[in-house]
Design a protein around this ligand. Structure first.
Ligand code: GDP
Ligand code: GDP
Length: 437
């Protein structure tokens, strides 16, 4: 089931990033391997009353133009309208209703997406009456919030969650492998798509999904059904903002949510840049299976060590994704392209793999016997029982005496042991500790 997407839209300085950071909270820590990266984040996973969703901060899209601000506001709102299920329209209580707010409101009106109007910077209750003027924007009851004081965030999320689409049946059968190609502009995503489809091009049909703006391409190879997940947003856009990072991230994220396997396309000729890391991080966080596809290998100067060296570079840059296999291809010459789909199939299988409880417990007990958990202030973690509670990605719950005694390094050790026993190449796995009841 794809996570619903919330987009936070509003003119600059109303507090979008402040709220965004509050919503995703400490969840962002995992993928950032250096401090300071969090400022550039645009996309994260949030949760409200057990409902998980993804959230986009549409802030700060910058475009060179005379009336840059209006233009950028317009662009981000358009993108959000296209990709999101619910929009949080954020305004500033201190500033009151401004022409830019009205501009955004016009755009949101024309969309059919549900809008929650949030009035930020209502830092104390005396300010409560300042929200009334925002009724004039025409989006019903404004919700008073304060990003700096953490007021009203729950009410706002509750209102947003109430608009999520009903869970509906999966669009494709369980047996169909859904994958998406993501990556910054010009790495070769479209070329790869065409090359993968090859002669099949004639028999594939482009299905324009009526409800999800999907333009997916189903096809079959060696008896396995696949679908390349794409979104309308990827094809309709003009050139102006196409090359901004924020644009590629936004158009990638919906595809990420809908797919099971993400092909992270990297330009082998240009090498790895920061933007590649952000995009890969989103796939990891969303819990999707992932493969690094190094494209344009035809124009790389190489000897027998180059592939190994490039793989090492990927490992150094994507520390949190050592599970993802690396495949070197050329969309242009179709070199080694035949190796790709078998890898897609394998990681899809691992992503959906379910381990029998008794086998899992054997592995965990062996791991504990071989390397017992360290003690902390005289107390030792005891693991009573392990069970897998979910697939896509696989999630394991360990029932323990005291969850606080589970340390990151020990969890990492168990992660390694579970991987050593069962493979899981290409998929993130999660380990949760719960107090045994
Ligand atoms: P964005 O441009 O919409 O992403 O806005 P930011 O999140 O960067 O916030 C703009 C400014 O408003 C920053 O100086 C924030 O510290 C401030 N700010 C954000 N939320 C609040 C709030 O609830 N109350 C007050 N007083 N200031 C806030
Ligand atoms: P996208 O923006 O990621 O969809 O990238 P495109 O598929 O449009 O490719 C961008 C450019 O890279 C085009 O000029 C392609 O012809 C070129 N290109 C794509 N794949 C390869 C490849 O494997 N080798 C070489 N030499 N060029 C490629």
């Amino acid at each position: 089931m794809a996570r619903p997407i919330i987009a936070i839209v509003g003119r600059p300085n109303v507090g979008k990033s402040t709220i965004f950071n509050r919503i995703i909270g400490d969840r962002l820590a995992i993928v950032e391997d250096r401090p300071g990266v969090t400022r550039d984040r645009l996309y994260g996973i949030g949760e409200w009353l057990n409902q998980s969703f993804s959230v986009i901060d549409t802030g700060g899209i910058e475009i060179d133009d005379e009336d840059a601000i209006l233009k950028s506001v317009r662009v981000q709102a358009e993108l959000a309208i296209e990709e999101a299920d619910v929009i949080i329209f954020m305004v500033d209580a201190k500033a009151g209703v401004t022409p830019s707010d009205e501009e955004v409101a016009q755009l949101l009106f024309r969309s059919k997406k549900p809008v929650v109007l949030a009035v930020n910077k209502v830092d104390n209750l005396q300010r409560q009456d300042e929200i009334y003027e925002f009724y004039s924007l025409g989006f019903g009851d404004p919700i008073a919030i304060s990003g700096s004081h953490g007021i009203g965030i729950g009410d706002m999320l509750e209102a947003a969650c109430a608009h999520f689409p009903d869970k509906k049946d999966e669009e494709y059968g369980e047996e169909v492998i859904k994958f998406a190609l993501i990556g910054r502009p010009n790495v070769g995503k479209s070329s790869l798509t065409n090359a993968i489809l090859g002669e099949e091009r004639v028999i594939v049909s482009d299905i324009a999904g009526t409800t999800r703006d999907a333009i997916d391409t189903p096809f079959e190879r060696d008896g396995q059904k696949y679908v390349i997940i794409d979104t309308a947003g990827m094809r309709k856009r003009g050139k102006v903002y196409e090359n901004t990072e924020k644009y590629s991230v936004m158009r990638a994220m919906k595809a990420i949510e809908r797919a099971d396997v993400i092909l992270i396309v990297i330009d082998g000729h240009e090498g790895i840049i920061e933007q590649d890391k952000h995009i890969a991080g989103y796939a990891h966080e969303a819990g999707k299976a992932a493969i690094f596809v190094v494209n344009k290998w035809d124009i790389v100067d190489k000897d027998d060590k180059t592939m190994h060296q490039f793989t090492q570079k990927i490992r150094d840059h994507f520390l949190f994704m050592t599970y993802a296999p690396v495949v070197f291809v050329s969309a242009k010459t179709t070199q080694r392209l035949h190796k790709l789909l078998p890898v897609v199939m394998q990681v899809a299988e691992n992503h959906a793999l379910r381990i029998q409880t008794h086998v899992l417990n054997d592995v965990v007990s062996d791991a504990v016997a071989y390397n017992p958990p360290p003690t902390d202030k005289g107390k030792r973690l005891r693991i009573n029982y392990a069970t897998q509670v979910a697939v896509k990605p696989p999630v394991f719950v360990l029932f323990v005496n005291e969850p606080e005694l589970m340390h990151f390094s020990y969890e990492r050790y168990l992660d390694n042991r579970i991987r050593a026993a069962f493979g899981f190449e290409g998929t993130p796995i999660r380990i949760l500790s719960r107090r045994k009841s």
